[in-house]
Design a protein around this ligand. Structure first.
Ligand SMILES: *[C@@H]1O[C@H](CO)[C@@H](O)[C@H](O)[C@H]1NC(C)=O
Ligand SMILES: *[C@@H]1O[C@H](CO)[C@@H](O)[C@H](O)[C@H]1NC(C)=O
Length: 302
């Protein structure tokens, strides 16, 4: 009984050792590395065990379109050509990462002389891109009590930007109720879309506003723009309307009177007569003078 057990144990140990010696085994120091755009980054592929002296090493980039070669036949190829090198034993070093390098990469090592002759590991690379200056829109002036919407957009950043709004250089909290200063303000702030919406602006909401787009790679912001809140002057508007109505009324009355007195038809005649003054039509001249008098009178009445 004990003998068979020992035998079993020995067999297990030996097979384990055997595979350990004659198997290619890969390891990585970082499965999901990240870097900022235009920096270097190492995709680590370490050979933990191998007996083949000259293994075949390949790297593939795996995107939605399927895998494509990055390193094949001892050469870096594809769009990483001139931007990457292999560092012993099988690590891929990207010297100047771009945003299009964000992908999964597979390190594959084939060791012909090993019993387990193949191993692979997948590395998930993220290249972060700093946001560019966002496009900000702030209404110049908003009537008191009306709604207002401020927007901020930026599309370059990766991962996708989050947005912060600042008023007079002070960050606006996501929820106005959490701040003594903003507690009476009626806004809602969406950090994902960059929209700052006021349901009804107060005098205190006026000020210099700017927005900041940020992600893990950094941030960018737009210059501050002034939003003014003005009172709608009800009395002023009423007065203005009254003046306009009076003026319109006067004009209408004036035109009516002119029609009744045949002003327009006689003007046509005088117009004709002015073109032929050489004929010296005395009667018409008199009429014209009448006309002038009439005009005087009517404007005087108004
Ligand atoms: C990296 O690439 C960008 C764009 O291709 C280039 O402007 C930049 O100078 C490069 N940086 C280095 C360190 O080579
Ligand atoms: C908010 O409104 C309340 C009630 O109208 C007022 O007492 C308080 O002073 C206001 N707070 C601020 C910061 O304006």
């Amino acid at each position: 009984m004990a003998k068979t057990r020992l035998a079993c144990l020995l067999t297990l140990l030996s097979t384990h050792c055997y595979f350990n010696v004659l198997a290619v085994v890969l390891r990585t120091s970082d499965e999901s590395p990240w870097t900022n755009e235009f920096d270097k980054i190492e995709l680590s592929c370490l050979i933990e065990s191998i007996s083949t002296t000259n293994p075949r090493i390949e790297w593939k980039k795996i995107t939605n379109g399927g895998p494509s070669y990055v390193y094949f036949d001892r050469k870096v190829s594809g769009d990483l050509e001139n931007r990457a090198v292999i560092r012993e034993p099988a690590t891929l070093l990207i010297t100047n990462a771009t945003r299009s390098d964000t992908a999964k990469y597979r390190c594959e090592v084939t060791a012909a002389d090993d019993l387990k002759s193949f191993d692979e590991i997948v590395i998930n690379l993220i290249v972060r891109v700093k946001p560019v200056v966002p496009k900000c829109s702030v209404p110049k002036s908003v009537p008191f009590g009306k709604s207002a919407e401020l927007s901020c957009v930026e599309d370059e950043g990766f991962p996708k930007s989050q947005y912060q709004w600042f008023k007079n250089n002070e960050e606006i909290p996501d929820d106005p109720k959490t701040s003594l200063k903003f507690t009476n303000s009626s806004y809602t702030l969406n950090a994902d879309t960059g929209t700052l919406k006021f349901i009804a602006v107060r005098k205190e909401d006026g000020g210099d506003y700017f927005c900041r787009a940020k992600n893990d790679a950094g941030f960018s912001q737009c210059p501050a723009q002034l939003m003014e809140v003005y009172d709608i002057d009800v009395l002023g508007i009423a007065l203005g309307v009254l003046v306009v109505v009076i003026v319109l009324l006067c004009i209408t009355v004036g035109i009516c009177c002119a029609y009744k007195r045949g002003f327009f038809s006689s003007e046509k005649q005088t117009g004709n007569n002015y073109k032929v003054p050489a004929k010296g039509d005395g009667v018409d001249y008199v009429r014209t003078e009448d006309e002038g008098d009439f005009r005087h009178k009517s404007s005087f009445v108004i």
